[in-house]
Design a protein around this ligand. Structure first.
Ligand code: NOJ
Length: 557
């Protein structure tokens, strides 16, 4: 499936099928409920494949569907080779795999191997005592000198990362909840078991893996090293040798710690450990230095553009970017970066355009394609997310007012992305005939998939256009990225160039109309590719842009 193509005068890149693909992320719990129990499930996903085919996506990344006590909504796995009953059965999964394949859609599974559930058989065994053969599958330490935890390492969900196991008197490590004990990757048995499990799924035809917090697996907790441990890349290379080397799978690592240099270690052609990684600089850039995401900074387009341009340039000749605004841990794109009020539709379209026209593989998080907004919860009782609830407890104990916490949660709680997918204007957006596990958005009457599909000016059809353009224009996939007007506080302007083709992307990322003087080389005439307000096929020296207006022009010489 690969082919060497001379795509850029300076670079010979090996063409990969996933370079022109678009991935759609499904959070199964909130996508579509087929049996009225209020929880989304696999048969529900199967019933929406026509919708996804219409959107044009190539791959579905499924957040975990495995057996789990659901302490962290499935990111706590008790059996990697079985399905949680609320999501269905293995047979349902094989049916999804086959029916998606019939439509040309591959399934990418979530590989959560930094930790398991405390109900995984390995941990149940390990807990039995220090001599148990599975003991060393996890990370155990004696108490510290004061009789408390071995050190002050903190869990990402708040509190100590160590939990006492009273029967043995030792502590085990959990970088997430205490019900998510960390696996010990130094143990060869752990690595072998993970590779066997990966091969089991790959042999059955899945298209690849999204790898949960993969940058943490090389941790050295005694030195308080969590991300980027000294053996991290050894493990990933071994994983590749044992599972992926002879397969044509897509792999994407979740790496909050990645830098442009380490991105090349992961996805560069020399090692090709993974197809690509998720970098989060455009996300964390808006977090407070002290309070993190619970107090965010104002929108700063100049800084945001600088981050995107940095990553576009860093991986211009080697490696590969993943492009995303949102996922199940992040707020809704339109609420965070756009305008959820009067300009919701043009801002959702413009955000999509500036992202999808870059070089990399785009990821669309369920509901983003219809411009879903953040949850409108006003009380902590409406939130379900373990991180939000833990942080609420800890921040209030530390003196934050309940109102301030709710304001922060409204901006950045993970539940903003987890409200049910609205399919129609029926109660709960038609997500379920029962009571949803988490309240639906108050605006399902106007923001729902049926309305979006029916309206040819909708955000949905804009995404459809962008996804198709990537498949039909090599310049969008491989073109060289060049940004302009970097210091302009409202306008995002860049070009992509490949051979004689050039795409110019011009966008106003603000609700103020702007008149902008363009650099001489941008003046152009060509073909209107995609637009928010009206097709534009030529650019003069001075251009007026309406609130959140954007468009792309293809010039061929
Ligand atoms: C990252 C996942 O995206 C998040 O949802 C989860 O809670 C943690 N990893 C732990 O698995």
């Amino acid at each position: 499936m690969t082919e060497h193509a001379r795509l850029n005068p300076a670079v010979t890149i090996t063409r990969q099928w996933w370079h022109s693909s678009t991935v759609y992320q499904i959070y199964p719990r909130s996508f579509a409920d087929s049996n009225g129990d209020g929880i989304g499930d696999i048969p529900g996903i199967i019933s929406k494949l026509d919708y996804l085919e219409k959107l044009g996506i190539d791959l579905i990344w499924l957040s975990p569907i495995y057996a789990s006590p659901m302490d962290d909504n499935g990111y706590d796995i008790s059996n990697y080779q079985d399905i949680a009953p609320e999501f269905g059965t293995l047979d349902d999964f094989w049916e999804l795999l086959a029916k998606a394949k019939e439509r040309g859609i591959g399934i990418v599974l979530d590989l959560v191997v930094n930790h398991t559930s405390d109900e995984h058989d390995w941990f149940l065994q390990a807990r039995k005592g220090r001599d148990n053969p599975f003991r060393d599958f996890y990370i155990w330490r004696d108490p510290g000198p004061d009789g408390g935890p071995p050190n002050d390492l903190q869990s990402i969900f708040g509190g100590s990362a160590w939990e006492l196991d009273p029967s043995s008197g030792q502590y085990y490590l959990h970088l997430f909840s205490r019900r998510q004990p960390d696996l010990n990757w130094e143990n060869e048995g752990v690595r072998r078991a993970v590779y066997d499990m990966m091969n089991w799924w790959l042999d059955r035809g899945i298209a690849g893996f999204r790898m949960d917090v993969i940058d943490l697996i090389g941790k050295q907790p005694d030195k308080k090293i969590t991300a980027d441990g000294p053996h991290l890349h050894d493990y990933i290379q071994e994983m590749r040798r044992e599972t992926l080397r002879h397969r044509d799978a897509l792999t994407v690592g979740e790496t909050w710690s990645v830098t442009p240099d380490s991105a090349l270690l992961y996805s560069g052609r020399e090692r090709h450990e993974l197809s690509m990684v998720f970098q989060f600089e455009h996300v964390t850039q808006r977090w407070d230095e002290v309070f993190g995401k619970w107090r965010s900074k104002p929108f700063d387009l100049v800084a945001l553009k600088a981050v995107f341009s940095k990553w576009q340039q860093a991986l211009a000749e080697d490696g590969w970017n993943s492009l995303f605004w949102g996922n199940h841990d992040l707020p809704r794109a339109v609420s965070r970066y756009g305008d959820e009020g009067e300009f919701r539709v043009p801002s959702a379209k413009t955000l999509a355009t500036v992202l999808h026209m870059m070089r990399g593989t785009p990821y669309v998080y369920q509901g983003e394609e219809i411009g879903m907004t953040n949850a409108s919860f006003t009380s902590i009782e409406q939130y379900k997310d373990i991180e939000t609830l833990n942080m609420h407890r800890l921040h209030l104990a530390a003196g934050l007012s309940p109102q301030d916490f709710i304001a922060g949660a409204h901006m950045n709680s993970r539940d903003n992305a987890r409200t049910p997918m609205p399919w129609t204007d029926a109660p709960h957006g038609g997500f379920t005939t029962g009571t949803p596990w988490i309240e639906a958005n108050g605006n399902v009457g106007s923001i729902n998939a049926a309305a979006a599909v029916d309206d040819d000016q909708s955000v949905f059809h804009h995404y459809r256009t962008l996804i198709t353009l990537r498949k039909t224009h090599d310049v969008i996939v491989y073109g060289r990225y060049q940004s302009y007007l970097d210091q302009h506080p409202e306008v995002f302007l860049y070009t992509r160039t490949l051979g004689g083709d050039r795409v110019t992307v011009l966008a106003n990322l603000s609700k103020a109309p702007v008149v902008v003087a363009l650099p001489g080389e941008i003046v152009t005439e060509g073909e209107a590719l995609v637009w928010t307000h009206q097709p534009i096929s030529s650019l003069e020296q001075t251009v007026s842009l309406r609130a959140w207006e954007s468009f792309c022009i293809l010039t061929r010489t």
